[in-house]
Design a protein around this ligand. Structure first.
Ligand code: SF4
Ligand code: SF4
Length: 329
């Protein structure tokens, strides 16, 4: 489905600049932007991905990962074709970097599909929801009217103005912070770090729930300096933000060896110096994905694989000491 795109400027000679994401693509008539989802048609920027679904499934919300937003619930997960970054390690490269067949699902139908099952809401995920901006801006209010939650799992590569509008309609985000060096973002992802930091700052100040994920890739972003800088940045937003360190496994154009357990544990220990909630994922280490009380240390939520048990909460506070867990239920 083709729609006029949001957030673009017209230039001379029928050229346009797309202002949706920090790539700020200048696009000549008949050409498309880096993400392959926006095209200049006679001086008008259009998107051909509106409602075009590349995949749809039901997942535990812990798989997004979101640990402190309706734990134990299931969520409808869907996403568009393509992405505005080009990560060398992308695990979903076959749908983020290649054009594939899609199915049109109108906003009302997505809402109905979600309402028919016992689900908390919809997660826009798998590839990059930012490039599905128009569809999400139309669908999210309908989901909310139906009492459903709206989740974005994003690379955070979005300009401030469109993000401000998204923050009005999205309930929870998991945003990737892929590293702390510009050299990492340009070499590995073909992007810029500062706009991602700005998006995280803006989101942390909003009413939306925020969790952050960092995929640790040996020799690329795993030094003590990298990890300390990343943890310090997250702590500067709030020490209550859940930080997920995720283990990398070779994929797509990245072939360094998988992240060792020792590196993951080192990251956990650095994270726990400044943050209340640090989790290790994609590594199968029991005990590193539980939520404990920031007040008394009691076990609040036990996780093993995708099995989740709420064991120590009274509402959203610790059943033992009454401290606020920061978990939304
Ligand atoms: S959304 Fe796509 S077309 Fe627009 S600036 Fe980003 S990469 Fe370029
Ligand atoms: S931002 Fe995510 S979906 Fe896009 S290329 Fe990178 S890892 Fe893949």
């Amino acid at each position: 489905m083709i729609k006029t795109a949001s957030h673009f400027e017209r230039l001379d000679d029928n050229q346009v600049i797309c202002r949706l994401c920090p790539a700020d693509c200048q696009i000549a008539d008949g050409q498309e932007g880096i993400c392959g989802s926006r095209k200049n048609e006679g001086g008008q920027l259009v998107t051909d991905n509106y409602g075009e679904v590349v995949t749809i499934a039901v997942d535990p919300i812990e798989k997004k990962p979101l640990y402190h937003f309706y734990p134990t619930s299931d969520i409808l997960s869907t996403g568009p074709n393509c992405c505005n970054l080009k990560c060398r390690h992308c695990q979903n490269w076959n749908i983020s970097q290649e054009k594939v067949k899609t199915i049109y699902v109108p906003p009302e139908e997505l809402v109905n599909q979600t309402k028919q099952r016992d689900l908390v809401g919809v997660a826009f995920t798998y590839t990059e929801p930012v490039i599905w901006y128009e569809y999400i801006m139309d669908t999210a209010p309908l989901l909310r009217q139906a009492g459903l939650k709206v989740v974005l799992v994003s690379n955070g590569y979005i300009n401030p103005e469109p993000l401000k509008s998204l923050l009005e309609v999205v309930d929870a985000f998991n945003i990737d912070l892929k590293g702390m060096q510009q050299s990492f973002y340009s070499r590995v992802c073909k992007g810029k770090i500062e706009p991602v930091l700005d998006a995280l700052r803006l989101t942390a100040k909003s009413d939306a729930h925020l969790e952050i994920t960092n995929l640790i890739i040996p020799t690329h972003n795993d030094s003590d300096d990298d990890l300390h800088q990343l943890v310090d940045f997250v702590a500067s937003l709030s020490d209550n933000i859940p930080l997920h360190f995720s283990a990398y496994h070779p994929s797509y154009h990245m072939d360094v060896a998988a992240t060792p357990v020792e590196t993951m544990i080192r990251a956990y220990e650095i994270g726990r110096l400044s943050l209340k909630h640090v989790f290790l994922g994609n590594i199968g280490l029991d005990g590193y994905s539980n939520t404990t009380c920031p007040g008394c240390g009691a076990l609040l939520v036990r996780r093993s694989g995708y099995r989740t048990d709420i064991v120590g909460l009274n509402g959203s506070v610790c059943a033992k000491c009454g401290a606020d867990s920061g978990i939304i239920l």
